[in-house]
Design a protein around this ligand. Sequence first.
Ligand code: ADP
Length: 379
Amino acid sequence: MTVLVLNSGSSSIKFQLVDPVAGTAVASGLVEQIGESGSGIADHAEGMQRAYQMLDDSGADLAAVQAVGHRVVHGGQRFYQPTLITDETLAEIERLSALAPLHNPANAIGIKVARKDFPAVPHVAVFDTGFFHSLPDAAATYAIDRTVAAEHGIRRYGFHGTSHEYVSGRVAEVLGRPLSELNTIVLHLGNGASASAVRGGVAVETSMGLTPLEGLVMGTRSGDIDPGVLMHLRRAAGMEVEQIDELLNRRSGLKGLCGVNDFRELRALIEDGAEGSVAAQLAYDVYIHRLRKYVGAYLAVLGRVDAIAFTAGVGENAASVREDALAGLDRLGIAVDPQRNRADSRDARVISAATSPITVLVVPTNEELAIARAAWRFV
Ligand code: ADP
């Protein structure tokens, strides 16, 4: 018995077949370049056929699929729990595209195709915004005209919620303490990056807002920026809204600062010392500075912090980021142990010194497992 977990993007489908009881991935893969000329994959329906073929080739049994879990980016104000997909909920997910124009339409297409292919099993939507439904109003509200905000659904929603929820839960397991007693800062550092403050298992603050553009410096996204910059680009540079959108989402962050968005390439640029290493070093410094700022802010938001957890591609793998972001914070109760931090391990582990009042951890995220378990509850 397995759950098929789908993350359908505009030109890609990420899939994983999960055994929700054992908690293991049976098979996984990625179909890319959907709809791109020369790829031979005209649309998502064909992309899914490709995915089934890949699963079949790996020896997986598609007849054993008992549920399909769909990652959906935006749940708006209405959806925050894992939700059984019906014609009506699907229509609502499509209506929420105004809030997530890049993501929800692609998620909806994936759902439609998979419902046709697996008509007899429950399909469950798990929302990236869901975990942050609990944000207090003071954290979720932008200080703008409230009638304008209400009319257009403008508030802070937060994203990567499945990961933040999973990782904060894992922290409690690893530390052997009740989740309800733990205050944790989770730093999800992947291509996209976000921070959250979690009090007793409930999210009270997060760095992403109306869209996944706010907050930390990311691979290609700017994160926090003075909104005045947007008006300036419009007026002084004559840029159109679409161009500004593209600039901030795709040509900013690490990529904008030094030309590469992958941390391994960034490190190589810095170490090679040639042309480009100055820009790469600055990109790294800006990234670390922003991260430290958020850690400091969330220490204040939570008041008492028990744990700080790093997760996702950069957070799990880049020891220097963990070390540099938290360096010199002993007076705030944070002491990373250099040796533990550099240990070569794939497991969830503590990397702070035994004497550190705040425990620092590396916790591999597993959004697919979290989605599979959520979907499994509907079987
Ligand atoms: P996504 O947000 O796309 O799910 P991931 O969480 O997989 O991203 O993170 C991808 C990023 O992780 C890569 O762009 C790269 O910068 C970083 N990364 C992956 N492996 C390593 C590594 N061994 N060392 C440093 N950074 C890494």
